[in-house]
Design a protein around this ligand. Structure first.
Ligand code: GCO
Ligand code: MG
Length: 402
């Protein structure tokens, strides 16, 4: 079997999504997600100009060799654009391999380690009362793990909290929107949300919270300590992780579990955090961390340090990534939880899929491959529409982490 062709498909059924489709001379095809939120066209060019010409004629079964070829062969290693492009190829090749075998992808990854994949959803509100209602509504849908975010008094726009009750979507049309951030206003308010949630709903529910890289290590330590009695499932991205040692300070002060890694793209980004047991959950996922091939290596490293997986699964990761992630999740021994932000109905129609949600859990399905396809005619009806993540400034105008 040989790779006969490969194409990049860009579609915007509510948000921009990039898909790589690889076809073989045997008539099989595989799909890989190549979406890098706000930088979509960079990955499109990387794939079209530099990767696809090198793929034609290769044996698609040689998944590891092609991964090494694209990683080592570029000389310029790592980085989100490169690793997203490699991930797209890798996911499409695993899809082809599993289809050729007539098996769901998880069977090629060692088979199921569990019956179902626990997922967490997003609950949010303009204030604590609204966030409480949103948590109640998600509990009614069966979710066992819920991420809660609430507006902060004195701040107009807060990460994770949409305006007007719409589902949260991080990217906005047009050039980047500027938002204002105040750590002082947030830091005293955040514990109140979780105190209220525990008072209302007790401790039988997993609660998660995303700090979205906003705090310094000592501020993060303070928040972790304040949240300790509320027994969080995790506190996510408490501080930026370029300097992995920053997490030592957080760890010295709190036993609140820490989750990091949605922006990571290689094992080198998380090596120190895992080996020094500075985190509890690693959030790298298929599309931004080099595909199934590389993510398995990250998970294997994490396993020996009792760090569990918690794959990123926001709406900017397409259904193709979600499908592949669910096969990974159900197979990997040290699975923790999977993020689930449901896509719009338009997106689900463009990407028919075998995966399903039921009562707090997701199931990858048993279709050969990763179980996600693309309706190209429908995809063509939604042309690319530039959108960006917001930027954040402090109240004095200083640019800060969004
Ligand atoms: C999450 C993330 C997202 C990101 C988004 C960026 O935990 O789901 O933080 O909301 O901000 O995926 O593209
Ligand atoms: Mg996050």
């Amino acid at each position: 079997m040989k790779i006969a062709s490969a194409r990049v498909i860009v579609t915007c059924p509510g948000r921009n999504l990039v898909t790589l489709k690889i076809a073989t001379d045997d008539g099989l095809h595989g799909l890989g997600d190549a979406t890098l939120n706000g930088r979509e066209k960079a990955v499109v060019a990387y794939l079209e100009d530099h990767v696809i010409p090198c793929l034609i004629g290769r044996d698609p079964h040689r998944v590891e060799d092609i991964w090494q070829y694209l990683y080592k062969g570029a000389y310029w290693r790592r980085g989100p654009v490169t690793m997203t492009a490699i991930a797209a190829v890798d996911t499409a090749l695993w899809d082809i391999k599993a289809k050729a075998a007539g098996l769901p992808l998880y069977q090629l990854l060692g088979g199921r380690s569990r019956d179902a994949v626990m997922v967490y959803c997003h609950a949010n509100g303009a204030d604590i009362a609204e966030a409480v209602d949103s948590v109640a509504a998600h509990m009614a849908q069966g979710y066992k793990a819920i991420r809660a975010q609430a507006g902060v008094p004195g701040l107009d726009k807060v990460y994770g909290v949409p305006k007007g009750g719409a589902p949260y979507e991080p990217a906005e049309k047009g050039l980047p929107v500027e938002t204002v951030w105040s750590t002082e206003k947030y830091l005293d308010h955040a514990p109140k949300l979780f105190e209220t949630l525990r008072e209302k709903f007790g401790f039988g529910l997993h609660l998660l919270h995303d700090v979205h890289h906003r705090l310094t290590p000592i501020e993060a330590a303070r928040l972790g300590k304040a949240l300790e009695p509320l027994r969080m499932f995790w506190l996510e991205d408490p501080t930026p992780a370029e300097n992995q040692d920053a997490f030592r300070l957080i760890r010295q002060h709190t036993v609140t579990p820490i989750a990091v890694g949605e922006v990571f793209n290689s094992i080198w980004d998380c090596k120190g955090l895992i080996e020094n047991q500075l985190i509890d959950y690693i959030r790298a996922t298929v599309v931004h961390a080099g595909g199934i091939t590389h993510l398995r290596k990250i998970a294997a490293l994490a396993e020996i340090y009792q760090v569990r997986t918690g794959c990123h699964g926001a709406t900017d990761l397409s259904p193709v990534c979600m499908g592949a992630a669910l096969h990974f999740d159900i197979a990997v021994p040290n699975f923790g939880v999977q993020e689930h932000m449901p896509h719009t109905a338009e997106t689900d129609a463009v990407f028919p899929h075998a995966y399903t949600y039921r009562d707090g859990f997701m199931y990858p399905g048993d279709t050969p491959g990763h179980g996600v396809e693309i309706d190209e005619a429908l995809a063509a009806k939604y042309p690319y529409d530039p959108a960006y993540l917001p930027v954040a400034r402090l109240e004095d105008g200083t640019l800060t982490n969004w």
